[in-house]
Design a protein around this ligand. Sequence first.
Ligand SMILES: [Zn+2]
Ligand SMILES: [Zn+2]
Length: 272
Amino acid sequence: MSIPADYHLHSCHSGDSEAPVRDMITRAISLGLDQMCFTEHMDMNYPYGSHLAPGTFHLDTDSYMKDFQTCRSAFDGRIGLHFGIELGLQPQIADRNSRYIRTYPFEFVIASTHVCNGKDPYYPDYYKGRSTESAIREFFECTLENVITFHDYDVYGHLDYIVRYLPKDAAPFSVTPYFDLVDEILHRIVAGGKGLDLNTKALYSGLAEPNPCTDILKRYYEIGGRILTFGSDAHSPENIARGFDSAREIALSCGFTRYCTFENRTPVFHTL
Ligand SMILES: [Zn+2]
Ligand SMILES: [Zn+2]
């Protein structure tokens, strides 16, 4: 395995996965991973509408922690297991999110924009009645507001998440029209000593680029960004570490020579 550490993983503790933690771990061991970090969804104030049952993305953190600790003991010495979280940010709940992070002994925190002004770009409704460009601009504006209002994270998750879900007839994504916003987001991430999640889900879902895309990765590197974790965003065992070989090549082509794992919220660098 080219990158033996997957730092973006979901199990049945996330509302959109049915995979038992043990099955995820067994698969990671069979792939030869040294380390894996579970990052279950916690999206407070998620706008459920009619799409999903209320509370789907509200994590039962105590139950997750208990299951995780049992598994960590059971698999002791076979793989490094880390207790993480993928926290959905929204500016109006920044304080609540910070309090939540301090309540549990998380070893790694991904911050993600899943909701913009009360809507999830995953759903077609987000794009209705406007240009794709204005929809994307709003997504990056929300992300900028999130990095301004929230600081208790380690890496930003799938920074251009919206690209995965653009309408079928949309022009191919280019960062150029949003460069002003993306550049400010990246500067704030670097200045805050935070990093990026190189997320391979788009790669194995048939898209040409990972999240974020190579232009964003290159710019991040250019302005001094070095903290980079690899994450498959797998919600089932077969997707663990999927796309990591291509993602490693992409990271190298963007200038990176190292990637990170985390130990108790602190990055540890490894050669790519
Ligand atoms: Zn996410
Ligand atoms: Zn995720």
